[in-house]
Design a protein around this ligand. Structure first.
Ligand SMILES: NC(=O)NCCC(=O)O
Ligand SMILES: [Zn+2]
Ligand SMILES: [Zn+2]
Length: 541
């Protein structure tokens, strides 16, 4: 059966127009007016409504095994919640434990997700250890058979997921080589581990210890470091869950220098702040424990939205990783054992509308960009996803910008029993959600089938991500200066030892000297020193 959405305003990230949308076989067939309507077409009236591309949440952790628990939103509950909130696609993370390989973990995640997903999904792979096999598997994972085009590195969670800078740098270089986007959780894991112990020893055991052990500077420092290292590897970088002004500033500074860096704030960070950690109710405070923590500066949420509005930050996600209050109680006597993670996938669209469009900071087109189309572009699935035009997947939301609702755990579709946005009134309500042509959410009811969602393989070498990087690569070729050393003062050149088989260093050019250089050979090192000096002089001239 075909579907016609009439009389609404179609919103893409670059234009808004009053138009009808015809859907056939899961795909958008027509966008416009007065086109022929097939028989047996269901008509949806969208008068006074916007028709938006379905939301894409580029950062979720459904049923993640983490900190001794398993996130309670599995691929069924989590994707149902997504659809109820107007999100029609997620990008979830495969996170191999240190003793398994990326390929093993990939199969595990596919087996978990495929039978349960109610909306489409793609995968991003975390790299939690480094060796040649991991590098090889990264390459394999970018082939069409596996369909992965991004890899995430944790600079926190010491001894669990964290990689060291050297490993991270190798990973960045490999990403650049295979045309994959690098993603990073940026916090200084070593310092956090020490701070945690210090606080516990001082008797700070509650959730307030979480924020005190993870000072914002540690996020800013790691973000700056990650951007710097990505620049050195000439690798595009995507910073997940940007939670603080300092981290956002580091991203903006690198973007201003021309680095390809994307910054992703999450719904939690746009609507909540770190005062919750000091709530006297332990369960309340623990419910907000995620990493990096919510900012203790109450102005941060607004600043993050301001930066989204001017594209210094680029898209929104949720980091949806939910635990029940009883799971959180694992850390009752020790905040370092509280499972990290919060909800978001159901409420992100409304929260971003409220804080962005309703607050007067962005227009509906920018809303589409930061909730859907930029994710589609970055992960190389645009315009199949994130766009309302003929040929695109029919993932749509009929959005009522004037309606309001109050967020509550009593009415949400998550499997957890706490909602971090509890009591928040939001304007902007997803009244109908359509996922690949199927009406899955309507009149406050879900009509979904486990396994309806499809895995969407994504290809590497995305122009949106790599275009600028490739252009820059041309200007980053190592420079070698050919020069005739005979013109140099002979006194500066140490005499050749018997053992040097290079017949005449005076006649050699720089390349030959560099490639012949054997570490530990004192005489050749002094030549190297000399050449360095000459090169430095040339540069300073
Ligand atoms: N963010 C969080 O606290 N939990 C999920 C894992 C991660 O993304 O760091
Ligand atoms: Zn993270
Ligand atoms: Zn995450």
């Amino acid at each position: 059966m075909s579907l016609l959405i009439q009389n609404g305003i179609v919103v893409n990230d670059d234009f808004m127009v009053k138009a009808d949308v015809l859907i056939e076989n899961g795909t958008i067939r027509e966008v416009g007016k007065d086109f022929p309507i097939p028989e047996n077409t269901r008509v949806i009236d969208a008068t006074n409504r916007l028709i938006l591309p379905g939301g894409i949440d580029p950062h979720t952790h459904m049923q993640l095994p983490f900190m001794g628990q398993v996130a309670v939103d599995d691929f069924y509950a989590g994707t149902r919640a997504a659809l109820a909130g107007g999100t029609t696609m997620i990008v979830d993370f495969v996170i191999p434990s240190k003793d398994s390989t990326p390929l093993e973990a990939y199969s595990l995640w596919r087996n978990w997700a495929d039978p349960k997903v109610c909306c489409d999904y793609a995968l991003s792979m975390a790299i939690t250890t480094w060796n040649d096999k991991v590098a090889e598997e990264m390459q394999l994972l970018t082939t069409p058979e596996y369909g992965i085009n991004s890899f995430k590195f944790f600079l926190a969670y010491k001894n669990v997921f964290m990689v060291r800078d050297g490993e991270f740098f190798q990973g960045l270089k490999q990403c650049a080589k295979i045309g994959a986007l690098a993603r990073v959780h940026a916090e200084n894991g070593d310092v956090i581990a020490e701070k945690q112990q210090e606080l516990l020893q001082l008797g700070v055991t509650g959730p307030e210890g979480h924020t005190q052990s993870r000072q914002e500077e540690l996020e800013a420092e790691a973000t700056n470091r990650a951007c710097t290292l990505a620049g050195q590897a000439n690798c595009p970088l995507y910073v997940v869950h940007v939670m603080s002004k300092g981290a956002a500033k580091a991203i903006a500074a690198h973007r201003q220098k021309g680095y390809v860096v994307f910054g992703e704030p999450i719904a939690a960070g746009l609507a909540c702040d770190g005062r919750h950690y000091y709530n006297e109710d332990w369960s309340h405070a623990a419910a907000y424990v995620l990493s990096p923590p919510l900012s203790r500066d109450p102005n941060t949420p607004e600043t993050l939205m301001d930066l989204l509005s001017c594209n210094q930050l680029n898209l929104t996600a949720t980091d949806n990783c939910t635990f029940t209050c009883s799971q959180k109680r694992m850390g009752l006597n020790d905040f370092t054992k509280i499972p990290n993670g919060v909800n978001g996938v159901e409420d992100r669209m409304s929260v971003v509308w409220e804080k962005g469009v309703h607050a007067g900071k962005i227009d509906p087109m920018r809303f589409v960009a930061i909730t859907s189309s930029t994710a589609a572009r970055i992960f190389n699935m645009y315009p199949r996803k994130g766009r309302i035009q003929p040929g695109s997947d029919a993932d749509l939301v009929v959005w009522n910008p004037n309606a309001t609702r109050v967020i509550s755990s009593k009415t949400h579709h998550h499997a957890c029993d706490f909602n971090i946005f509890e009591g928040m009134e939001v304007h902007g309500v997803p009244e109908i959600t359509i996922c690949r042509g199927k009406v899955v959410w309507e009149n406050g009811e879900l009509n979904v089938d486990a396994g309806w969602g499809r895995f969407i393989p994504v290809a590497p070498n995305c122009d949106y991500v790599f275009g600028a990087v490739k252009a820059r690569q041309k200007h980053l070729q190592p420079i070698s200066v050919k020069r005739n050393l005979t013109s140099l003062d002979n006194n500066l050149i140490p005499p050749q030892s018997e053992s040097t088989n290079s017949s005449s260093l005076e006649n050699s050019d720089l390349e030959a000297v560099v490639s012949d250089n054997k570490p530990g050979d004192q005489e050749e090192q002094s030549i190297e020193t000399l050449i360095k000096e000459v090169a430095e002089n040339l540069i300073s001239e």
